[in-house]
Design a protein around this ligand. Structure first.
Ligand SMILES: *[C@@H]1O[C@H](CO)[C@@H](O)[C@H](O)[C@H]1NC(C)=O
Ligand SMILES: *[C@@H]1O[C@H](CO)[C@@H](O)[C@H](O)[C@H]1NC(C)=O
Ligand SMILES: *[C@@H]1O[C@H](CO)[C@@H](O)[C@H](O)[C@H]1NC(C)=O
Length: 366
């Protein structure tokens, strides 16, 4: 800053502030990634070792005899070398949304020559008519896995466990599994590029890591977790359920470790608890949006992995623009990230203010 002291030109001050702004903006991400990069758990614990060993030797044939899926397009995966298996949690009634995904980011069958397979995980619908429609949809697309439990907010943990079990039994050659939701945008090319760059081959469990999550202790809440089911004050670190990646070995370990883990915790926490039991540490990446909707910008959407709360028209438009083949330079990517971060914050702030105003008005009315 000697330069600035010598010549107190205005441009110098501006430059300094711009620099500071960028450091603050991205420094937070880097620090977050550094601190959430928790140390690998040691496998010396006898229980952990046993789980890992059982996962390695898991025989899935007996499991096949005892399946409880209503619809399962099991043939889609068998004997195929899949690089990325995408499992989208979907509600039975939401065929419209599934079709939008099939026509946008879910339409990708390969990326850089590596096979990608996209499937939907559902519970059973409450109505017979919807079931008939699902049967037909499944016949047409062969991309539906349907459990034998009724789909409801309380059964989402059951759904994620079903997805893991299905993967282990029917898709044992899928290298990576992306678990995500139907309201998401996923940038498959950037995610695949990142996965291809990994040097670690086992114990891959990556997403937006939630540190010191607190169980919901409100008995009136739909996500209530009774103390006797989970007595500890905090959850272990886990990847936010909107989107996270597991390697195949992690799916097997999680499946083996899942026995005895309470089903009343939220689905992403459930996976986190199983992973911890198996000696797996989650890896944080700020390119996963978590529950946040990221303000759209083409180069930004080509760089990030996911964005949440997507509307249908946004999915069509954003996917078309990002998959047009035009590349983004490093500088373009950088400035697009600045813009999309700032706009996302402003959007959140606006939302926050609106909620505040709504509350005020309600208080006033009461
Ligand atoms: C088969 O399913 C039943 C009922 O869900 C369960 O009790 C049993 O342990 C299962 N058997 C195997 C081999 O998983
Ligand atoms: C989806 O993929 C198929 C086959 O790869 C292609 O024919 C179709 O045009 C694609 N749809 C869209 C909306 O891009
Ligand atoms: C379908 O999914 C979208 C995105 O998550 C959601 O906004 C909508 O409410 C869902 N509709 C039904 C009928 O579940």
């Amino acid at each position: 800053m000697t330069l600035c002291r010598l010549r107190t030109h205005q441009w110098c001050f501006i430059l300094f502030n711009v620099l500071l702004f960028h450091v603050l903006l991205f420094g937070a991400d880097l620090l977050e990634e550094y601190f959430l990069r928790s140390l690998p758990l040691s496998y010396t614990d006898a229980k952990t070792l046993k789980i890992r060993e059982r996962a390695r030797q898991l025989n899935t044939d007996p499991l096949k005899a005892n399946l409880s899926y209503t619809v399962s397009s099991a043939a889609t995966c068998s004997n195929q070398e899949i690089f990325l298996l995408i499992l989208i949690s979907s509600s039975p009634e939401n065929r419209t949304r599934r079709n939008v995904i099939r026509q946008t980011w879910g339409n990708m069958t390969d990326t850089r020559g590596y096979a990608v397979l996209t499937l939907f995980a559902l519970g059973k619908p409450a109505s017979v008519t919807t079931q008939l429609e699902i049967n037909e949809e499944s016949q047409e697309h062969r991309d539906i896995i349907e459990g034998s439990f009724i789909d409801s907010p309380e059964m989402q943990t059951q759904k994620i466990l079903m997805s893991v079990e299905w993967t282990v039994i029917f898709c044992p050659h899928a290298r990576y599994i992306l678990k995500t939701d139907e309201d998401m945008f996923v940038s498959i090319p950037s995610l695949a590029e990142y996965l291809l760059s990994l040097t670690q081959l086992e114990d891959i469990y990556i997403g937006r890591v939630i540190h010191q999550g607190v169980p919901d202790r409100d008995p009136k809440s739909p996500s209530f977790v009774p103390i006797h089911q989970y007595p500890e004050e905090f959850y272990p670190d886990y990847c936010d359920g909107s989107a996270f990646i597991m390697s195949q070995d992690v799916a097997r370990k999680v499946f083996v470790a899942s026995k005895g883990v309470p089903g009343s915790v939220p689905p992403d926490v459930f996976i986190g608890i199983c992973a911890k039991k198996a000696g797996i540490t989650p890896i944080h990446s700020s390119r996963f949006s978590g529950e946040k909707h990221i303000s759209y910008n083409r180069c930004c959407y080509k760089f990030i992995f996911t964005s949440s709360n997507m509307k249908e028209d946004e999915l069509f438009k954003d996917w078309k623009e990002t998959s047009d083949g035009k590349d983004c330079s490093l500088l373009e990517t950088y400035y697009s990230l600045v813009s999309c971060k700032v706009l996302t914050y402003i959007g959140k702030f606006k939302q926050f203010n609106l909620d505040g105003i709504k509350n005020e008005v309600l208080h006033f009315v009461n």
